[in-house]
Write a protein that binds this ligand. Structure first.
Ligand SMILES: Nc1ncnc2c1ncn2[C@@H]1O[C@H](COP(=O)(O)OP(=O)(O)O)[C@@H](O)[C@H]1O
Ligand SMILES: [Mg+2]
Length: 251
């Protein structure tokens, strides 16, 4: 479904990604692990068009998406969350999720969404219904009318995920979705990712936390200093000497 072919990304002399290739298959939870600084977020930035690749090609099914603008890639069905994902604090949870139905990187959409008075927007009922439906599917319906500013960190991350999937993308890229969370919340994130897969959306989960990914991912790609050093099932990854060395070396 998504093919990464020999992708390199250099920042001046720093090689953040070195000829990395892997495939994301439809309907399978794919994990990307690696110590901090190994190029995981850079890979997401290249896939989503926030960064231009230095070399290499990225395909979504048969369409080459390398070099396309971010909003076009988003409209083709690749959505993401951010490590430090922020919500709009002055909007409610459901309004934040509604904002994900649009592609916010295109200016006229912002115009449409924020046209005042907001409450008179023609499609609002329909957008709200769609957002509420997604919150319900993810088990977050009770929070719909809370202010985003009143949510704790983990709740914000859940709402960020809801905002990214409300448009029913083909692929959802999650950047460190459990960062800063305790074990119970981390488990909840795992459940959420499984629900998303059950909706027919393919999740790709970046994490430096091996344990978290081992419980969720069905296939794992391991990055270390920009190199792809291993790919396999969680149990294969856990027993690979190169992977263990990368992790021991990093800690
Ligand atoms: N915009 C940028 N400009 C310069 N260097 C960057 C930029 N983004 C990331 N890097 C560097 O690229 C490397 C990989 O970073 P990153 O992809 O954020 O790692 P990870 O997400 O695996 O922790 C790091 O050395 C980081 O400092
Ligand atoms: Mg990162």
């Amino acid at each position: 479904m998504l093919s990464i072919k020999n992708v390199s990304k250099h920042f001046g002399g720093l090689k953040a990604l070195k000829e990395v290739s892997f495939n994301i298959e439809d309907g399978r939870i794919h994990g990307i692990i690696g110590p901090n600084g190994s190029g995981k977020t850079t890979m997401f930035n290249c896939i989503t068009g926030l960064l231009e690749v230095t070399m290499g090609n990225i395909y979504l099914d048969d369409t080459e998406i390398t070099g396309k603008p971010a909003h076009e890639i988003s409209n083709l069905g690749i959505r993401r969350t951010f490590q430090q994902g922020k919500l709009v604090p002055s909007m409610t949870v459901v309004e934040n999720v509604m904002s994900g139905i649009f592609d916010f990187s295109s200016g006229d959409v912002i115009d449409t969404f924020f046209r005042r008075p907001f409450s008179k927007s023609k499609n609002e009922d329909q957008l709200r219904a769609q957002a509420l439906e997604m919150l319900g599917l993810l088990g977050l319906a009770e929070s719909a009318d809370r202010w985003a500013s009143d949510l704790v960190w983990a709740e914000r991350q859940f709402v960020q995920i809801a905002r990214a999937v409300v448009s029913r993308p083909k692929i959802l890229l999650l950047d460190e979705p459990a960062s800063g969370m305790g074990p119970i919340e981390t488990q909840e994130v795992g459940e959420l990712i499984k629900k998303i897969k059950a909706m027919g959306i393919t999740p790709v989960v970046v994490s430096h936390d091996m344990k978290m990914l081992m419980n969720v991912a069905e296939m794992v790609t391991v990055l270390n200093f920009g190199d792809m050093i291993f790919e396999g099932t969680p149990s294969e990854v856990q027993s690979d000497p190169k992977v263990l060395e990368a992790y021991l070396g990093a800690e």
